[in-house]
Every structure is written in C-alpha cells, then in structure tokens.
Design a protein around this ligand. Structure first.
Ligand SMILES: Nc1ncnc2c1ncn2[C@@H]1O[C@H](COP(=O)(O)OP(=O)(O)OP(=O)(O)O)[C@@H](O)[C@H]1O
Length: 742
C-alpha cells in the first residue's frame, strides 16, 4: 500500500465507525418510535397526548439522523497534544459518551475553519476528508506550522473547495459546511445580539453564510430561539425554493421562510405594477400617510343628527362627538379598539339625553337596557359609524387608492401625478408593495378583539398547567437535551392541531421572532423595513446583500442611508470579498461595467477562473433571438452531465422574453419561466428577466443585449452577468456597454 492508500484506508476505518454509530442511533430511535406507536389509541387523554409528544420527538430525531447521511464527516484536526478531532454535520458520541464526531457548530470545531499558520490555535494539521456516499475518496492536508513546506494560501482546503465549485449545478443550493472559509466563519459565528450587515459582491457566499448562520444560531442559542423562532426573508418564492434544502441538510427544519409579500397572513399579493408605482409605495412617508388616513376615519359630523327613539328625540351633536373622539384617542389604542371607548362614551351621552325626557330618573348604573336599545338603533349605528368607522387594513388601503379625495386628504406630500399613478379599482388585487402598507394599517387599526381576549385568557390558563406537566415529564424521562418544556407542552396541547413554533409564527401577523435573517436586503423599501423590524423588537438581525446589485427603485444604494434612520447607527458591518461563483474573467468584466455605470461595487477577488468563460458574439439586430436559441441549445448539451446536473439560463429584458420563448419552442426547447409564479428550478433551461435571476446561479448563462439590460438599470446588468459558474455567452447587436473591454 502506498502512503496515500494507507491514509485513505485509515480514514475509511474511522468513517465506517461513524456511519455504524449513526445507523445504531437511527435503529434505536426508530425502535423507540415503534414502541410508542404500538401502544395504540387507548389510555387517558393525558397518556395519549404524552405518547403523541414522544412520537413527534422521535420522528424529528429520525428525520435529523436521516438528513446527515451525505458527508457525515468531512474534517479532521490533529492537535498539538497528539489528539485528533473529527468534524461533521452533527455531534456523535459512543455508548460511553466519548466524543466520536464534533458538530461543525461547536466551539471545538471552530479551528477547522479559522486556524492559520500564523494563528494555529493548537492545530498542527487540518485535513479535509472527501467522501462519496460512505466511501473515502480523498484527503487533503494543510500543515499549520510556519516552518513546514506547505504554504497555506488564501483559501482553506483549496482542493476540496475548488472541486465543489466546479461541480454542475442542480437548480438547488447545497450546503458548504465542509469548506466554509475563515471570513465566512467569522460572520456565521458572530454573536446573536444586534444587527449584523453582511455586504459582499456577487458570489461571495452571502446567501450560504446567512443560512449557515441561521443553523449556527439555532444550535448555539437553542433555548432562546426554539420558542421565538427564526424568520428568513428572501426576494421571491423561486429564491426560497432554490435554498430550501440547505437548512434541512444541516438538520434544521424550524425556520420560517417568507418573502415580504407574504408577511401578512391572509393577504395574497398577486397583483403586479410598474416599478415606479412600487417605489412610491415603498417611501417612508406612508407611515404618516396611513396614520393620517386612519385619523380621518374619526370624524366630527358637520351637522347634528336627530334620531327618534321610542317617541323621544336624541341628538348626535358635533360637540359631543368631538369630545368623545378626543377622549377615546387619549389612551393611544388602535382605531378599532379605541372605537369601543368612543361608542360607549357616545351611548352614555345619548342615554343621558333620553333619560332627561322621562318623567322619572334612571341612575347611570341602571341604564344598561336603554344603552342597548340605543346601540341597536339603525340610525344611531349609522351616525356613530360615520364618526368612527370600524375598518380592515384592506378596506382602508383600497379606499385610498380608489377614492382620489381620500388620498389627497391623507397624502399632501405626494404630487398629483404620483397620486394618479396610485389610482386603481377598489377590487384590484394587492401587489407585493402593498403588503408593508397593509401591515402598517393593521398595526394602527388593531382588531376588535373582545372575544379574542377572553379566549386568550382561557388559553393562557390552560397553557400554564400544560407547561407544569411537561416540566415534570422532562424531569422523569431525562429528554431535556432534545426538547424544551415549551415544545413538549405544545405537543401535549390535546385540543386542536399540535403546531410547531414555526407553524404558529407563520400564521400570526403579530408574532415576534428571536432572530430575523434578510437576504437580498438591498431590495427592501423603507416601508418593508418597518414591517420587518416590527417582527423583531430585539433588533437581532442578519442583513445580507449587495448595494451594487439593487434592482428595485425603492431599494438601497447605501446601507447607511437605508439603515441609519431605522436602526440609529446601531448596526455592525462585515464584508465578504472572495467570489466563489463566477469565473474571474466574467467577474472582472462585470465589475468594470458596474464601475463605469457608477455602482458602489465592493472589492472582489475571484477564487478561480475557467478557460473561455466569457464569449461575446455580435450579430445583426434581427438575428439576436435566433442566435440565442442556437446558443442555449448548445449550452444545455455542454453542461448536462449523466447525474442530471447542469443548468442554463437565458437572461434578457422582460420585453423580449415572449419572443425568445416562442423561438425556443419552435426549436423544440422548453424553458421554464417565472411569469407570476415560481420558476421550475429542476428544468435544465430557464428564461428570466434580470431581476428574476437575483440570487440564483447556473452553469452557463446566455445574455442578450447587455445595452438593453443596462438601460433598465445598472444593477440589473450586474446581477445578470454574475449568475454563471462556468460560462457567460453574450449576444448583442448594439455596442457593448462602457467598461466592457479591459
Ligand atoms: N465556502 C464555500 N465553499 C463552497 N462553496 C461556496 C462557499 N462559499 C460560497 N460558495 C458557493 O458560491 C456560490 C455563491 O454563493 P451565494 O449564492 O451564497 O453568494 P451570494 O453572495 O449570495 O451571491 P449573490 O449576491 O450573487 O446572490 C454558491 O454556489 C455557494 O455554494
């Protein structure tokens, strides 16, 4: 056996043992699950719910143990004291509780990502163990000894990293646990508190880092975050699908994912509108505008309203309404809740008028029946509603858009043209930019929640007793490391469906999360930020993005300008500087074009280059589409491999997509498209507008007419050019944008 063969055989031995232990744990947990299930549907309700709770606990554990099959172990640290430590997707111990495998998130694993020759952190050797299935196929060593011959370069585990980067894309993002780089690790393990902004050029791993950070925080702060939950906000459903396998592969399934458009449960924002209109709706002035619109629904009538009740007359007097409004506003409750006080006050005044007309006195505490008669009188109801209308957020906003006089009264800061742009039918569907406005309105309107409050009190009492019981069960069974009393109590809650924290959080508009991760955060408008920050009062946030890639007019061009007004300078900035996606030639060209267009681009070094990564082809204007079809067809053949990996995107301005689609079909090629829904990322060919390509990546990209894309926005072109991992084919009739040539 040669030296390397012997090394591989030794590692295979270790890897076999680890998988053996994993198999044992799986079998053990499955058998416990089977035992619990075997007990059948008998016993007291308490026994049954306890059994269900344990069944869920074991099911989750089985799922977690299944999820770590691929690359269970990927690293080894040889330490100065002669000991070895294996690093993997989760922690494993043997029957005697001796550590066999260290979870990549544990403090003991940090050196695997951070140790350098200058700061070896007790590590003499870092080894990347490469496996395929359960077989060790390679090892790669770095000696962290200044005197050693091995030079540790810019990248950690360079061979393993470059091999990963060269793999064909599958349409789904994978995890990077085996090859996280030091600058990325520092961000992933950054403390939980406060707002952390991660700025980095395209392909620097911002999304990957954000997801691994979520997994890290759930591990390091499980007790805090298990109950409050973590929210991950992405730019589109397609993007959320693109990343949806990463957290499960890291053993974490409890993160709520959402776009800004989905933040308000019950609202489906399926409408679309020009970017220009979305920009207006994103402005911070809507906070005041909506507050004003709500106040304008609390209105003193110009004239007294006389109402006949059982032969007597009561008068809804402007003066009384004004004073009842002023009093109801005093306790600063939301509109629909303060309305209860207003109505009570007005009915008291009307009852007083009514009693004065009787031949006898009725003391105030005996006027209940009179008050109820007045309350149910149609004309009084109408008069009080006109003064203080109960409103839903949808009604408030739809009225503002549909009734020009309402918008004019509420929005003196908008120009007549801007107000005209906002005009729409009262029953037109809401758009994504409406959602933060509906959320703002919901905050100011509140719900008429008397029944809800009574229910909440009953729920809270029941919950307290369930929690106490769950604590006792945990003490008796010793299951504390896997589950908290709160989680167990949730599952004990015998009535209704047993919901996880994530499920409860996702269905509750007013839920506040323990941490919020925002990806492509540069796209968020000031109003979208307000809606998000409402969901994380602790301001524990990870904000990742690139202000050079902004495509929405309402988005940010500078973090300071965007975040200072919201977070009062209390945010910290980290930068990522190495591009892992795009070949250097393509990345540098994209960067020059972006600089020439005046974008605030971040410094960027590329991890690798690929021969012939950038091909530009000039064709006559009427031949661009045909050339694109030819090129796309060739690219699909070139990138596809036997495993089904290999993805190609054609990117062009929105106005040309239909023509390209038709031409592709004529040629027998079907491309997946976004339309209004989710792009089928399993397709080997997709057709996208530049903003739809945001955050995604493909082996090859066929880009049409960069000058047209640039005309739509420099950020659009920067995004489009930086999507490929191997090749960018550019087809153009118009001259290439400034900065293209080196
Ligand atoms: N340390 C790493 N090891 C292996 N692959 C990595 C690493 N860091 C990033 N990558 C890969 O580089 C590609 C780009 O990463 P990612 O999408 O997270 O970048 P990004 O900064 O969010 O890009 P963009 O701003 O363009 O959306 C992905 O395929 C990702 O898996």
């Amino acid at each position: 056996m040669t030296g390397i063969d012997a090394e591989l055989a030794d590692e295979q031995h270790v890897v076999d043992r680890l998988y053996g232990r994993l198999d044992d744990l799986r079998a053990e947990t499955r058998s416990r699950l089977a035992d619990v299930r075997r007990q059948g549907p008998s016993g007291s309700p308490q026994n049954r719910s306890e059994r269900d709770a344990f069944a869920t606990l074991y099911e989750n554990r089985v799922a977690q143990l299944e999820a770590v099959e691929e690359r269970l172990v990927f690293g080894r640290l040889d330490l100065t004291d002669g000991s070895r430590r294996y690093i993997g997707r989760l922690g494993l111990t043997d029957e005697e509780r001796t550590s066999l495998l260290t979870d990549w998130r544990a403090p003991a694993a940090q050196a695997f990502y951070r140790a350098t020759a200058a700061h070896p952190d007790d590590v003499v050797r870092r080894r990347h163990v490469v496996t395929r299935g359960r077989t060790v196929t390679g090892v790669e060593d770095e000696l962290l000894d200044l005197d050693s011959a091995t030079d540790v370069g810019m990248l950690t585990g360079e061979g393993a990293l470059l091999a990963t980067l060269a793999e064909g894309r599958t349409g789904r993002m994978g995890d990077i646990v085996a090859t996280i780089q030091a600058e990325q690790d520092a961000i992933i393990r950054s403390e939980l508190g406060g707002a952390l902004v991660v700025q980095g050029g395209p392909g620097t791993g911002k999304t990957a880092v954000a997801l691994h950070r979520a997994a890290y925080l759930l591990y390091a702060h499980r007790r805090t975050l298990e109950r409050s939950g973590v929210l991950l906000v992405g730019p589109s459903r397609t993007f959320l699908r693109y990343i949806d396998q990463v957290l499960p592969s890291l053993g974490e399934t409890g993160v709520v994912t959402s776009t800004v458009a989905e933040l308000v449960p019950g609202v489906e924002a399926i409408g679309s509108e020009p970017d220009e209109v979305a920009e207006i709706k994103g402005r911070a002035l809507w906070a005041d505008l909506i507050a004003r619109a709500v106040r304008q629904r609390e209105r003193v009538p110009a004239e007294p309203v006389r109402v006949r009740v059982d032969g007597r007359t009561v008068v809804v007097r402007p003066g009384d309404v004004a004073s009842a409004i002023a009093r109801a506003r005093r306790n600063h409750r939301p509109h629909n809740l303060a309305r209860v006080a207003f109505v009570r006050d007005m009915l008291g005044r009307l009852a007083e008028q009514y009693v004065r007309q009787l031949a006898f006195d009725v003391p105030p505490d005996e006027r209940g029946e009179i008050v109820e008669d007045l309350r149910s009188h149609r004309d009084i109801r109408v008069a009080l509603n006109l003064a203080w209308m109960p409103l839903t957020p949808q009604k408030l906003l739809a009225d503002l858009y549909a009734k020009p006089w309402r918008l004019e009264a509420a929005a003196p800061d908008l120009t007549p043209r801007e107000r005209e742009l906002l005009r729409r039918d009262p029953d037109a569907p809401f758009t994504p930019a409406d959602v933060p406005l509906l959320d703002e309105a919901a905050e100011l309107l509140g719900e008429d929640d008397q029944a809800q409050r009574a229910q909440a009190k009953a729920d809270a009492d029941r919950r307290a007793s369930e929690l106490e019981y769950a604590r006792q069960v945990l003490q008796q069974t010793g299951s504390a490391p896997y589950v908290s009393a709160e989680m167990l109590a949730d599952r004990f809650a015998g009535t209704g469906p047993t919901l996880t924290t994530a499920e409860r959080a996702a269905s509750d508009r007013t839920w506040t999360y323990g941490h919020v991760v925002v990806d492509e955060a540069q796209e968020l408008s000031p109003m979208a930020w307000r809606a998000l920050l409402r969901r994380v009062p602790t301001r524990s946030l990870t904000i990742v993005g690139d202000v050079a890639q902004t495509t929405a007019s309402a988005g940010a061009r500078s973090w300071r300008a965007q975040l200072d007004p919201l977070l009062r300078s209390s945010w910290r900035l980290a930068e990522l500087t190495v591009n892992y996606r795009t070949p250097a030639t393509v990345a540098e060209t994209a960067r020059r074009v972006a600089v020439a267009a005046g974008l605030p681009v971040s410094p960027l070094t590329s991890a690798r280059d690929v021969p012939d990564a950038l091909v530009t082809e000039r064709v006559p204007a009427d031949a661009v589409v045909a050339a694109a079809v030819r090129r796309a067809s060739k690219a699909v053949d070139e990138v596809r491999d036997e495993s089904g990996a290999g993805r190609v995107a054609v990117i062009a301005v929105r106005a040309s997509l239909d023509a390209i689609d038709a031409a592709l079909r004529e040629d027998g090629l079907v491309a997946a498209r976004a339309g209004t829904g989710v792009v089928d990322l399993d397709a080997s060919l997709v057709l996208l507008a530049p903003d739809e390509a945001k955050g995604l990546e493909f082996d090859a990209v066929v880009l049409l007419e960069p000058a047209d894309v640039l005309a739509g926005g420099a950020g659009d072109l920067y995004v489009a050019m930086t999507r490929p991992t191997h090749a960018l084919h550019v087809l153009h009739a118009a001259p290439l944008p400034d900065g293209w040539a080196a």
